[in-house]
Design a protein around this ligand. Structure first.
Ligand code: PLP
Length: 379
């Protein structure tokens, strides 16, 4: 028995393995231990799995492998957020002096990352309309390395033609990165169509419960290894407990997406018939039972936008999406605030645009809430 100050540290009984827990335990540890220098050297020779949690951890690896599996990709790496996954992916491909062609309607935070931060590293970016692929081709320069778009865009839900996108990249020998956050692998698996890297803000549908911030990047094994080095060197790893929570959420992805997409489709079908709604953005043509769980609407000029938001009862105003509860956001004030006004206007992201993240409630209740909020906000 050591003295109290020593005992208080060392008397914690580490689990005696193998304990056959049904679910992977949370390895909430900063580092892993070694019995001698041979074992430590063995780690560097590729014989041991874990050294230090910033470099690798069973929970973060479990999440990366699970998402890679769903995307039918050979490898994956997890990060602290969707944005850090995008950054790791981009930096795995481009360096100072290189050029990226990116979709002009990327999520505002991704736009900001490319424009404000990566520009400082001497990485040049041209933003173009990816629904006009001739514009993409015209923007390609001798130093272009990467084409970057979203499978379903935020917030206007433009569906990218992945095959055409990959064809252009192949023709010019460019690497492709697709943000698959809105579609999730339930609806779309860009890697199976030839995309090199697929990124997720796991904060959204992969986690699904609005309680973790995390990112996952999956794709070609050689590129993932480079991206992993960026995550390690930049220190943008996700914590074990957040990875564990995200993995727990991921298990119900199919159930959630099935229900949420059906509800979204039903809401979109209802709002199309509402004369006070000027536009309904939803990928109707993609599937009878819905294609993604976001419905974006543009309210007509007969509706007071703020009154509409005030009258949404149990639907919360939240600058995020993809939780199991229906929520709404206002892109101009939040997610697309970083986009210059002219760019927003050109895309059609006006003050009247409302992004609805449809949850798992009863579809009729969701429809009723929105119909009522619109009716009570009529000028
Ligand atoms: C399509 C898309 N990509 C990436 C991100 C960034 O993810 P995170 O907030 O986890 O960094 C978001 C966030 O809203 C998003 O909507």
């Amino acid at each position: 028995m050591a003295r109290f100050e020593t005992e208080v540290l060392h008397n914690v009984k580490k689990g005696k393995l193998p304990i056959k827990s049904k679910v992977t335990p949370i390895y909430q540890t900063t580092a892993f231990t070694f019995s001698d220098l041979d074992e430590l050297e063995g780690y560097y020779q590729g014989q041991g799995n874990y050294l230090y949690s910033r470099v690798g951890n069973p929970n973060t690896d479990e999440l990366a492998e699970a998402v890679a599996g769903l995307e039918a990709a050979p490898a994956g790496v997890t990060t602290s957020s969707g944005l850090s996954a995008i950054m790791a992916g981009v930096l795995a491909i481009v360096k100072n002096g290189d050029h990226i062609v990116a979709a002009e309607d990327l999520y505002g935070g991704s736009f900001q990352l490319l424009k404000e931060e990566l520009n400082q590293f001497g990485i040049e970016v041209t933003f173009v309309a990816f629904n006009e692929l001739e514009q993409v081709e015209a923007a390609i320069k001798p130093n272009t390395k990467l084409l970057y778009t979203e499978s379903i865009t935020n917030p206007l839900l433009r569906v990218q033609d992945i095959e055409e996108f990959v064809e252009i990249a192949k023709k010019h020998e460019l690497i492709t990165l697709v943000d698959n956050t809105f579609a999730t692998p339930y609806h779309c698996q860009p890697y199976t169509k030839g995309v090199d890297l697929v990124v997720h803000s796991a904060t959204k549908y992969i986690g699904g419960h609005s309680d973790v911030t995390a990112g996952v990047l999956v794709g070609r094994a050689d590129l993932i290894e480079k991206a992993r080095a960026k995550v390690v060197n930049l220190g943008t790893n996700v914590s074990p407990i957040e990875a564990w929570l995200t993995t727990r959420g991921l298990k119900t992805l199919a159930l959630r997406m099935e229900r949420q997409s059906k509800n979204a489709r039903a809401l979109a079908d209802a709002l199309v018939k509402n004369p006070a709604v000027k536009n309904v953005y939803y990928p109707f043509e993609q599937g009878e039972n819905g294609y993604g769980a976001i419905v974006t609407i543009e309210l007509g000029n007969t509706v007071d936008v703020n009154e509409f938001f005030k009258n949404l009862s149990w639907v919360k105003i939240a600058p995020t999406l993809a939780g199991v509860e229906t929520s709404v956001s206002h892109p101009v004030i939040t997610s697309h605030r970083a986009l210059p006004q002219e760019a927003r206007d050109a895309l059609g992201i006006t003050f009247e645009v409302v992004r609805i993240s449809v949850g798992i409630e009863h579809a009729e209740d969701v429809i009723e809430i929105f119909e009522q909020a619109i009716a009570s906000a009529l000028k």
